[in-house]
Design a protein around this ligand. Structure first.
Ligand SMILES: [Zn+2]
Length: 576
């Protein structure tokens, strides 16, 4: 047995095969003895560089390992884990996964921030950045600032509701900010600092055509405005507020026009946006707007930020910000780059905003957004989100993760919830010769005997799920029995479009028999079921669940979040 395993899995000859095998075993033990192919594949890709360049073979190897290990009992798996010293392996991985100390961080003196653009609720990617910052603030007993970077009304126009959504999301993630404010409150300070830069001769108002300015810059050449007098630039700056229109003038930071990287050469820090093009919930008449490469670093200094954890896309910007910091003689905060959180099937906030604009997605709580708002609605526990994010540690490289891992983690928190029958797309079934059963008792949770049983009433006419129709057709064809859960076995006599006729056959529970769910009309209520793709279905839920609020498990369907709205009940599907 042992030899054959080694042969199949090629554990001795191939170092990576062995690592994949161990990852599979570890994954399986984490999830009660069943490894997830997707999860193992993701982990292998993230942890073993060779696997990334050879996806096909990796997938094959993962398949072999998952099949092998899932066929072992939990006990056999734990034995194997001991044999391979899995615990030790875990520890080694933990060190990689864990959170390295921040440089130059002193207890009590660390100030960090989470600065989202309020153009939608938080995504899982945002959650990661927020939670990583929060982790270090707690570690160093520092200060956490939630700052709304609402200074771009053009490309990322802020959404009035999003400020509240983000505050609620932050609370959901158990982060406790010491300070919350929006940057759009700080414009007067920004204007004063801009004037200072002009007076220093480090910024100038350029009135050249945008294209002309760019062409000159690409050739490492100054535009005609660059060396005009300070007085003129101060006047032009004033005129930006009253005379110039959008696109006619920008305030430019003087850097190094001959810099080898064109992005570092003089760049705009303030622009004009005409009020008719404005789309901002708080600033309706403001026309002079700071750009990100001014507002963000300046505000970081004003907040006393000591360390910033930011996405890898901000990497080149630190050098840009250094020019500003040098002019003001400020100390740059420590920048720490966190790799991207890549989740298969999940779109970026900007992309979703686009789809919402186009009307392809109706709102931010649509499950297809995978926003925190939508995940909450689907009953994903905040602890599961925190576990999901933090289990990936603090890494510079991009992280590929799968939602299946999030769902597996969520299971830990919702597995204890009560179970009920639910029949999606109900179709009537009449049972002939049914024994005289009035009611049956089924436990609310099979593993918790302390909970009361629930009672289901049985009638001659019941409803079953239309999705089971193929199962019934096959049973009819092969003359097999079907079991109605908790009741008895039946045989299918006739399948009509709007009704199924069945006949009582026996009581005995037989091995391998297919079990389906059912519900009596008088014992159920009609509810709305919304799946992961936002498809809506009508269904019958057993009445016992009528007072439930929040997550329950619909047997054979999965975990749903029950929400009452306008006297109707909605069940939002979470996962299986
Ligand atoms: Zn110019």
């Amino acid at each position: 047995m042992k030899d054959s395993k080694k042969k199949i899995l090629d554990l001795e000859n191939n170092k990576n095969s062995k690592r994949i095998f161990l990852l599979t075993l570890e994954n399986s033990l984490k999830f009660k003895g069943t490894a997830s192919k997707k999860a193992v594949l993701n982990t292998a890709m993230a942890k073993i560089p060779e696997c990334r360049s050879d996806f096909k073979n990796t997938e094959k190897q993962v398949d072999l390992c998952v099949n092998y290990i899932n066929n072992l009992s939990y006990l056999e798996q734990t034995k194997l884990a001991k044999q391979y010293n899995i615990k030790q392996e875990k520890k080694q991985q933990k060190q990689i996964n864990e959170f390295p100390d921040l440089q130059n961080a002193e207890i009590g003196k660390v100030v960090m921030r989470f600065a989202p653009n309020p153009n939608g609720p938080m995504s899982l990617g945002h959650s990661r950045i927020a939670l990583l910052n929060w982790h270090y603030v707690k570690k160093y007993k520092g200060k956490f600032i939630l700052r709304f970077e609402d200074t771009d009304p053009k490309i990322k126009p802020p959404l009035k509701q999003a400020y509240d959504w983000i505050k609620q999301d932050i609370e959901y993630l158990k982060i406790k900010p010491d300070e919350i404010y929006r940057q759009s409150e700080k414009f007067d300070i920004y204007y004063n600092l801009a004037l200072k830069l002009i007076e220093q001769g480090n910024a100038y108002v350029c009135i050249c055509e945008k294209e002309k300015f760019r062409t000159l810059k690409n050739k490492k050449l100054e535009c005609p405005c660059r060396n005009k007098s300070l007085l003129l630039h101060k006047q032009r700056w004033k005129m930006m507020f009253c005379k110039y229109r959008g696109g006619e003038a920008v305030l430019v930071l003087k850097t190094d026009i001959k810099h080898k990287n064109p992005a570092m050469r003089d760049f705009a820090i303030f622009r004009i946006i005409d009020t008719k093009n404005l789309n901002h919930p708080y600033l309706k008449n403001t026309t002079v707007w700071p750009l990100y490469d001014f507002a963000s670093p300046v505000q970081d200094h004003l907040d006393g930020i000591t360390h910033i954890i930011r996405g890898i896309d901000f990497l080149g910007r630190e050098e840009k910000h250094k020019f500003l910091y040098d002019y003001f003689k400020w100390n740059l905060p420590q920048n720490i780059v966190a790799g991207k959180f890549l989740i298969k099937g999940v779109k970026s906030t900007s992309k979703i905003a686009e789809l919402i604009d186009e009307g392809k997605i109706k709102s931010w709580d649509d499950p297809r957004t995978y926003s925190l708002l939508s995940l909450k609605k689907r009953g994903i526990n905040s602890n599961a989100i925190i576990d999901f994010v933090m289990s990936n540690g603090m890494k510079k490289s991009d992280i590929n993760v799968s939602l299946d891992i999030l769902y597996a983690m969520n299971k830990k928190y919702v597995e204890c919830k009560n179970r009920y029958f639910f029949v999606k797309n109900p179709i009537k079934m009449r049972i002939l010769n049914a024994p005289k059963i009035k009611k049956i008792e089924i436990p609310l949770h099979p593993e918790d005997k302390k909970r009361e049983n629930r009672i289901l009433n049985f009638e001659e006419n019941i409803f079953i799920c239309l999705d089971d129709i193929d199962l019934l057709k096959n049973a009819k064809k092969s003359n097999n029995q079907i079991r109605l859960k908790g009741l008895f076995n039946i045989k299918i006599e006739n399948i009509k479009e709007d009704m199924i006729i069945a006949k009582y056959s026996s009581k005995k529970i037989e091995k391998g028999i297919k079990i389906i769910h059912w519900i009596s009309k008088n014992d159920s209520i009609s509810i709305n079921f919304v799946d992961e793709k936002n498809n809506k279905f009508i269904g019958l839920m057993e009445k016992n669940a009528i007072n439930e609020n929040g997550v329950v498990q619909f047997e054979r369907v999965g975990f749903v979040n029950l929400i009452k709205k306008n006297k109707e009940i909605y069940a939002y599907f979470g996962h299986r």
